[in-house]
Design a binder for this molecule. Structure first.
Ligand SMILES: Cc1cc2nc3c(=O)[nH]c(=O)nc-3n(C[C@H](O)[C@H](O)[C@H](O)COP(=O)(O)O)c2cc1C
Length: 551
């Protein structure tokens, strides 16, 4: 069989490879017999033929072996499919996790250009799940600057927080310029910047108020073995910029996962910020080593507060097993001490990188989590002393108002502020190739982010969002966000039925759990009484269930 007839016998899917071999042969002949210009053909077909040969010989990709050369078209098309959908196909309210409508509003508020819309709503108001706030015929006026909340009023160094702040994101997850712009923006706008668990970097020290987050890696306050170091903590916590301390128990997008920063990313700067050796993997364990029981956790909070000179100390958590949260509240009651604030992170929250199953299916979404946390604190008679914050896809005034109606005192945003910095939702935070220079440690990419411009946008996004909130609350006849309650927001349950949050969700009365009223809702009836301040372990009933499956 001649080589030509052998090529002809190959299935059609080898056509591109066959043509490239043919082209190479013809070009070689042309180069030898006709003109040097055929050299270009040799180069082009030679490269294609080499690619096809590689595809055939490699063993990792079956599709490439079956479709030499052509398979690359598919891989390439697939790789920019999201961009094609984003630019040409999806409509304004489609895209996830943040629709174009949501992002455009942030960009406009960040740039300080008109955020008004013509003609009318794009939302289907008769669809189940549609929500709105009821307006008042007696509107009020609110100065946006008055929308602040005092945290730790009974402490030596209480803090007056804005109702909207920058949620935890570390230097390491975000670039140096991104952190600098966030900090400058927070300073100018008078709101707080949460450091994330990666410690206080030089880029956090530009005058913005800091909430210093302490994760299980105790970065910035750890000893050689990675355990909590009280003296290092004391020194850092007493810096003037640090206004509050937040112990991170878990994060909505990856609760119970912990984390690892690969050695390659542990630059000298990150290493010195975090207090770890450069070039070596940095582990954030899934659990804390400074405490193992709820009571010990409350003791740790008290210890941190003392070391910090009386600054408010809180916890951040994603809600999982209800008995564990109940155990924390019982520890507050038993110890007679409490965190100054609790930040509830919804399962819909963001991350630099996490397993898909964690992102999609682990952890309670914000609405349910917040209702549980708020109601437990109310029922335990602690809600007036423990402030409540929330995070989870909150980017506009209605998101914030709705969350406050469910029980939050203030809201935080991570990705909202990333958009203000210029993030385009490329979703490549984990690749170190963030196109907008926000979520990368590639110094060239990061340095393209202009700090003064983006800082201005951060300030402006915050200011315009809080102004929109003030206007919305005023339109509902309220004088402060703390007047917002579950009766103000309505939810379409079906085409023909609407319920306010007050009707839709059970609400405990102050002290109800202490007065033996734990049977209002099954979650309290099943788990409140049995929860123990001494342990995060499940109650007997759950353990019995486990045995029934195992034996
Ligand atoms: C890039 C990135 C890094 C994050 N890093 C941290 C972190 O260090 N500590 C933490 O508690 N949460 C971290 N988070 C979670 C956010 O603080 C926030 O709780 C969550 O994304 C929900 O807010 P959002 O929906 O406004 O993004 C991170 C989120 C993102 C997107």
């Amino acid at each position: 069989m001649s080589p030509l007839s052998r090529l002809a016998a190959l299935p059609l899917r080898y056509g591109a490879y066959a043509l490239s071999l043919l082209g190479l042969a013809v070009s070689l002949a042309g180069l030898a017999l006709l003109s040097p210009w055929w050299g270009w053909g040799v180069l082009a077909f030679g490269l294609l033929a080499a690619l096809g040969t590689h595809d055939l010989l490699q063993r990792r990709h079956t599709v490439s072996r079956n479709y030499p050369i052509l398979a690359h078209l598919r891989y390439n098309l697939e790789s920019f499919g999201p961009e094609v959908r984003q630019y040409f196909i999806q409509n304004d309210t489609d895209e996830v996790p943040f629709s174009r409508e949501q992002r455009r509003l942030i960009y406009q508020r960040a740039k300080g250009i008109s955020d008004k819309r013509p003609f009318g709503s794009l939302h289907h108001m008769s669809h189940t799940g549609y929500e709105w706030m009821n307006p008042s015929l007696a509107p009020a006026h609110i100065e946006p600057g008055e929308l602040r909340i005092t945290v730790g009023a009974e402490r030596a160094r209480p803090y007056s927080a804005s109702v909207f702040n920058i949620s935890a994101m570390s230097f390491g997850a975000l670039s140096a310029n991104a952190i600098s712009a966030l900090n400058d923006g927070a300073r100018e706008g008078g709101f707080y910047h949460d450091t994330g668990e990666g410690a206080i970097s030089p880029y956090h020290r530009r005058g913005g108020d800091l909430v210093w987050e302490i994760g299980s890696g105790y970065f910035g306050c750890r000893d050689e073995a990675g355990r909590f170091d009280p003296e290092r903590f004391r020194q850092a916590a007493r810096q003037d910029a640090v206004k509050m301390i937040e112990i991170k128990l878990s994060q909505g997008a990856k609760p119970g996962h912990g984390g690892i920063l690969p050695g390659a990313k542990v630059t000298a700067e990150i290493a010195s910020t975090r207090g770890v050796p450069p070039g070596r993997d940095v582990i954030s364990p899934a659990a804390h080593s400074a405490f193992t029981t709820p009571n010990e956790m409350i003791d740790f909070i008290v210890r941190l507060r003392d070391l910090a000179g009386g600054k408010p100390v809180g916890i951040k958590l994603a809600i999982g097993h209800p008995w564990e949260w109940f155990a924390i509240v019982k520890a507050m009651l038993e110890r007679g001490e409490h965190p100054d604030f609790v930040v509830v992170d919804g399962g819909e929250g963001g991350t630099g990188a996490a397993p898909l199953e964690f992102i999609n299916h682990l952890g309670m979404p914000l609405t349910e989590a917040l209702l549980l946390v708020h109601n437990t604190l109310v029922g335990a008679g602690l809600r007036d002393r423990v402030r409540l914050a929330a995070a989870g896809k909150l980017t506009n005034a209605f998101d914030i108002a709705r969350t406050m109606a469910l029980g939050a005192d203030w809201c935080n945003a991570a990705r909202g502020f990333m958009f203000a910095l210029g993030c385009i939702q490329a979703r490549s935070c984990h690749t170190d190739r963030c196109p907008s220079g926000v979520a990368t440690q590639d110094t060239l990419r990061g340095s393209r982010l202009d700090v003064p411009t983006k800082a201005q946008r951060v300030t402006s996004f915050h200011g315009n969002t809080v102004a929109a909130l003030a206007e919305m609350l005023g339109a509902a006849g309220l004088r402060h966000s703390c007047e917002l309650g579950p009766e103000h927001v309505l939810h379409r349950v079906s085409r023909h039925e609407v319920k306010s949050f007050a009707e839709l969700h059970d609400h405990l009365t102050p002290g109800e759990l202490l007065a033996g009223g734990a049977d209002r809702h099954p979650v309290f009836r099943d788990f409140w009484e049995s929860a123990s301040a001494d342990s995060f372990a499940p109650p007997e009933s759950v353990i019995r269930l486990r045995y029934s499956k195992l034996y």
